[in-house]
Write a protein of this length. Sequence first.
Length: 165
Amino acid sequence: MVNDILISVGSNIDRTKHIRAARTALESIFAEVQWSRVYESEAVGFNGSRFYNLVVKACTELSIEQVCQRLKAIERENGRKHGEKKFCSRTLDLDLLTYNHVITMQPVVLPREEILFNAFVLQPLAELVPEEVHPVARQTYRQLWCDFDKSSQQLWPILFNWSSS
């Protein structure tokens, strides 16, 4: 069975290198990969360098657990050390946001709660999949973004050079 997934991607250490590496890795594992624009945002929850963030839509036959294992492996391959405190700088952060319209607590919380609270997740979702409906809030990502308090978190789209040459 083919499953639709949404993944958030973020980095604030050697950002360009790690966002490019994420693209290469994700496109080698998943099918029909689509990308939002890349956004730059302030660190949320701690004092740190600005992040690059985006959201990816893809298809997979992997289970939720297998997807999460692959995402953690990509993070480790890019120098991410797991066991770090929740709010800290990172080379690469890949989080499964949704898996079809599954609502679950195990093996991870889906849909990921940060969708509703972090502009750096919600704005790229509203851009990439504006008419998709959040499984719990029962509103489209476009509507959720329209209703979001945009004064609470600043982010802006950037012109990102995907080519390493």
